[in-house]
Design a protein around this ligand. Structure first.
Ligand SMILES: [Zn+2]
Length: 189
């Protein structure tokens, strides 16, 4: 098993870490060799890169939205949407600031193997999912896309993008829930 304190790889049935002397037992979260040595590549990707990058992304999105710039692929759709429905703008800024904060918390708590870390990771995907759903419901009700673009292609592109985002966030939520549930014995602090 790999020692959580120092990273030394020990034989699976080791009782004491050969690197730092950490004692492996159920009290400190080591629950038997058959559950250990699970791949942690996704954890490393999140802890060392993704969370920090997504925090920056969240704060920059919130700033862009405060300047009425979202949906770059759809031109001025964001600006028009927010002009029609200012509440949606405040809601969106709030969501992306919250997402940025959650990503900072996720990165920090993952590195410290804190119990709250997987919850923070999941919460971020879930609030992004909620935002995607609110936007896909709100856009057609405040804007007539046919009038805006004059063609049905824009509608299908818009809906395809929105459905893709919703599907992606559902998939990420489920994947992370399974991933971290299998590895919860690592997160004991
Ligand atoms: Zn060790």
């Amino acid at each position: 098993m790999i020692c959580r304190s120092c990273g030394t790889r020990n034989p699976n049935k080791a009782i004491v870490c050969s690197g730092c002397g950490e004692i492996f037992n159920t009290d400190n979260g080591y629950v038997g060799y058959e559950n250990m040595d699970m791949p942690m590549k996704w954890y490393k990707f999140l802890a060392y890169f993704s969370c920090w990058f997504n925090a920056l992304y969240g704060f920059s999105q919130a700033y862009s939205m405060s300047q009425n710039r979202i949906f770059r692929g759809a031109g001025d759709l964001g600006a028009i949407l927010f002009a029609y429905e200012p509440g949606l703008k405040s809601f969106s800024i709030f969501i992306f600031v919250l997402s940025g904060i959650l990503c900072l918390v996720s990165g920090y708590t993952l590195l410290k193997y804190m119990k709250i870390a997987p919850i923070a990771v999941l919460a971020n995907y879930i609030i992004n999912l909620i935002w995607s759903i609110v936007i896909i419901i709100a856009v057609p009700t405040v804007i007539n896309l046919d009038t805006l673009y004059g063609i049905n292609d824009s509608q299908s592109t818009y809906f395809f993008t929105s459905i893709f985002l919703i599907g992606l966030n559902v998939a990420l939520t489920v994947f992370n829930a399974i991933y971290f549930n299998k590895r919860k014995h690592y997160f004991t602090n």
